[in-house]
Design a protein around this ligand. Sequence first.
Ligand SMILES: *Cc1c(COP(=O)(O)O)cnc(C)c1O
Length: 245
Amino acid sequence: MTDPAAALAPGGPDARSAELRAALARVEQRIVDACAAAGRDRGDVTLIVVTKTFPAADLRALAGLGVREVGENRMQEVIAKAQQGAFEGLRLHLIGQLQTNKAAEAARFAGLVHSLDRLKLARALGRGRESSGIGAPLPVLIQISLDGDPARGGVPVSELGELTHGILQEPGLDLAGVMAVPPRGSDPAAAFAELARIADGVRAQVPGARIISAGMSADLEAAVAAGATHLRVGSAILGSRPSLR
Ligand SMILES: *Cc1c(COP(=O)(O)O)cnc(C)c1O
């Protein structure tokens, strides 16, 4: 598949791989430092490299550098990349708002869905998983809307109990924790502290729901300080995305 001439050309795959290796090392150091500052074990924090909008070749380069967890936000893009073998040996995290009519595909491709935020989607994902032929239930996180603004996805805290109950009714789903994106213009530290408090409440009810997915390129330190177990980092590793999304 790799064109040897392209691999040797300046700016070719080797150059990209070197660039990704250096960026990964910088982010890894930030995580190590944040864990040390918070008195946490580096092994308790998982880095997910968010590859949305970047080509399948970047995913293969990341896999070659030892990355195992990647995040995407659009099913159409996931399917196109999967056809190019992009996800071989990688665990796919779905982090974007998910349409119910894409749930069956999501339930087949995803290792973890971070963005479960409504009952209808829980049913569709649960049924999709059950009919997928994959024996194990699909691990899911409840995306919390910390400001109640539905625009960026997430369930308002007032509806969290009902959604939790609905997920527990689905044999095809395994409730593994919570996720949030800090509201626009908010202090990320305060947002992540609020998420940690909500996570405690969910875990009191569902002891296995231990994942807290929080923290991106700009605020991963604050997320680690507040107890995040999974960081979703894109631009700090892959560079800036085209601004369409
Ligand atoms: C794109 C995206 C990220 C990664 O953001 P960066 O700022 O590029 O690190 C994380 N989480 C979600 C939900 C995203 O959509």
